[in-house]
Design a protein around this ligand. Structure first.
Ligand code: PLP
Length: 353
């Protein structure tokens, strides 16, 4: 064996959902938005002058940061942007979880958290969600090196009420609490309102879901100045130019069109509530999701087999084979037309088994 093999950083990577090729598939597996980005994004893309690409982009992504600062009523020094919220969350793990004490996040949550912890050598513990997949806030009121909560949680879709989020932040003034709000625009109350009161709170959001721009890779964190400064110091020690010019320009356009954002978000929420009814009629149980996906199970239908049957028919959903999630499928809310095809498949599948 060559000796370089012994010096490698061995990690088990996060596995993202499949991105099948071909236009005919119905893609309900990675929580993308079924509607196009705001019209201003398309316009700005058409008008973009490639000559701009000769130069490095603004390392502070000032235009995008200003648009976000205005949208959320924060100072520009309270906002950190990155290449999707995965980049922002990874930077936050690297920056804030350096005490050697275990970081806490639930046993059922975004499966990237343990991957970053292992990559950066951060010890962690995973308090179990209760039998209804709810967080027990008391589990987060003990010695720790930081806390990460996806709210609403994934893949369950369940939210933690803001007063309980605040209780956790308040009980942990000596560690940073990251609230990952990837789905907050589809339901639940944002912790952004708590930022002025807590210097240990970092709220992370993304353009990938509610703003229809997963392919552009834009995410952001919001918090008090000192937290954001610490994040910047780590980022500028690693890569100054994370944000490329098109994502700065097009992301800014997306933030500016609040009306379009509100309209598409409302539409997805409406389709989700209709999906809950229709799936209930077919005998599925759904968790109380306030996101753009449903977490569903069926007494008679084995989830792994249903997942394969859907896939064979060109309908992609997500299946997590871990012990606590193996009886469920996570289904992204698509357009009404896509959902009709999904219900129709399910009805005929249930007739056949
Ligand atoms: C989708 C998702 C992210 C990452 O999204 P980006 O595309 O990297 O912005 C982060 N956290 C949760 C819980 C998600 O579901």
């Amino acid at each position: 064996m060559s000796s370089w093999r012994e010096s490698i950083r061995n990690v088990e990577p996060y596995v993202p959902g499949e991105q099948p090729r071909g236009a005919s598939v119905i893609k309900l597996n990675t929580n993308e938005n079924p509607y196009p980005p705001a019209p201003g994004v398309t316009r700005a893309l058409r008008e973009m002058d490639p000559d701009l690409f000769r130069k490095y982009p603004d390392p502070s992504a000032g235009m995008l940061v200003d648009a976000l600062a205005e949208r959320y009523g924060l100072g520009r020094d309270q906002i950190f942007v990155g290449v999707g919220s995965d980049d922002v969350l990874g930077m936050a793990f690297l920056t804030f979880f350096n005490s050697g004490r275990p970081v806490l996040f639930p046993d059922v949550t975004y499966s990237f958290y343990p991957v970053w912890a292992k990559l950066f050598g951060i010890p962690y513990e995973t308090p179990a969600l209760d039998e209804n997949f709810c967080v027990n806030p008391e589990d987060y009121k003990r010695d720790n090196g930081g806390i990460v909560l996806a709210n609403p949680n994934a893949p369950t879709g369940i939210r933690l009420p803001l007063d309980q989020v605040e209780g956790i932040i308040k009980a942990n003034r000596d560690s940073v609490v990251i609230v990952d709000e990837a789905y907050i625009d589809f339901g639940g109350e944002s912790a952004v309102a708590l930022i002025p009161r807590y210097d240990n709170l970092l709220v992370v959001q993304t353009f990938s879901k509610s703003r229809s721009m997963a392919g552009m890779r834009i995410g952001y964190a919001m918090g008090q100045r000192d937290l954001v400064r610490a994040l910047h110091n780590v980022k500028y020690s690693y890569n100054s130019y994370t944000m490329n010019l098109p994502s700065i320009i097009l992301g800014t356009e997306a933030v500016r069109d609040e009306a379009y954002f509100q309209e598409t978000t409302r539409r997805i929420i409406r389709t989700r509530e209709e999906a809950r009814r229709r799936l209930g009629d077919l005998g599925f149980t759904c968790t109380d999701s306030c996101t753009n996906f449903l977490f569903i199970s069926h007494r008679r239908a084995d989830a792994a087999r249903l997942f394969e049957a859907l896939r064979a028919d060109g309908i992609y959903v997500r299946y997590f084979p871990a012990l606590r999630t193996k009886d469920y499928l996570r289904v992204t809310i698509g357009t009404e037309e896509e959902m009709e095809i999904f219900y129709k498949f399910l009805a005929s599948y249930l007739d056949r088994i």
